[in-house]
Write a protein that binds this ligand. Structure first.
Ligand SMILES: [Zn+2]
Length: 228
């Protein structure tokens, strides 16, 4: 638990915080809606090669002054599956004929959302924020609205608790996300203090991996539109 635990008002929302652009903006939106004291964040480590994310997540949690931040280890992932995010010897690539890049961590969001919801119930919070997007996604099946809706229903049944999964970017492009960051006065913060790159390089990253390409293309598109 990295952020200081203060005398706690009731938590209203738990944000799944990876330290990347999408989750950092989710955190900003949750704080605007509920106030920092009513927001908690949860970060998962699962053996990903860009574990530097966790450092950025901690920093973001402090920056936004939220009530509590928890880092949870999902140590079993490497026992169940492998991919280029979990195994740094595998080059990150799109395999010919595959639906998504070899960085897909099967079922990751299903675990994340269930775990976040369990913690939300413990805290008395009813909202779980996630930065998934099905518009600009890489073909990951657990970033689609159809999965989120099904998972929300499954979690409600599993916990007998009225969790709402909040997905502010589900239907937004990366360029629209950058526009929102700019409107909130957070363009520089999101640009410089988040890490999206699969190779763990903060800011504009390595520029070559699929996550960097998506992020940087979105920023270019947004800035082109803004400055036109
Ligand atoms: Zn990269």
């Amino acid at each position: 638990m990295s952020a200081a635990r203060r005398s706690q008002p009731a938590a209203k929302a738990v944000v799944v915080l990876s330290g990347g652009q999408d989750s950092a903006l989710c955190l900003a939106l949750a704080v605007r809606r509920h106030g920092a004291d009513a927001v908690a964040a949860i970060t998962f480590t699962y053996g990903q090669r860009h574990a530097v994310e966790t450092r950025y997540a901690r920093r973001l949690a402090r920056r936004f002054g939220i009530a509590v931040h928890k880092v949870v280890r999902l140590g079993f992932y490497r026992d169940l599956t492998t991919n280029a995010l979990l195994d740094s010897r595998q080059p990150i690539a799109r395999v010919r004929g595959a639906k998504c890049p070899n960085t897909v961590v099967e079922g990751r969001n299903a675990f994340f959302l269930l775990a976040a919801a369990v913690w939300a119930k413990t805290l008395g919070a009813t909202e779980v924020y996630t930065g998934v997007s099905q518009t600009d996604f890489s073909g990951y099946p657990d970033c689609r609205g159809v999965f989120i809706r099904a998972q929300q229903r499954a979690i409600r049944l599993a916990l007998d608790y009225p969790v709402l999964i909040v997905t502010p970017f589900l239907l937004k492009t990366k360029a629209q996300e950058w526009a929102l960051a700019d409107r909130l006065g957070l363009l520089d913060l999101i640009r410089n203090e988040t890490v999206t790159c699969y190779n763990g390089i903060p800011g504009s990253g390595c520029g070559k991996c699929p996550a960097c390409r998506l992020r940087n293309r979105g920023l270019r598109d947004y800035l082109k539109g803004r400055n036109a």
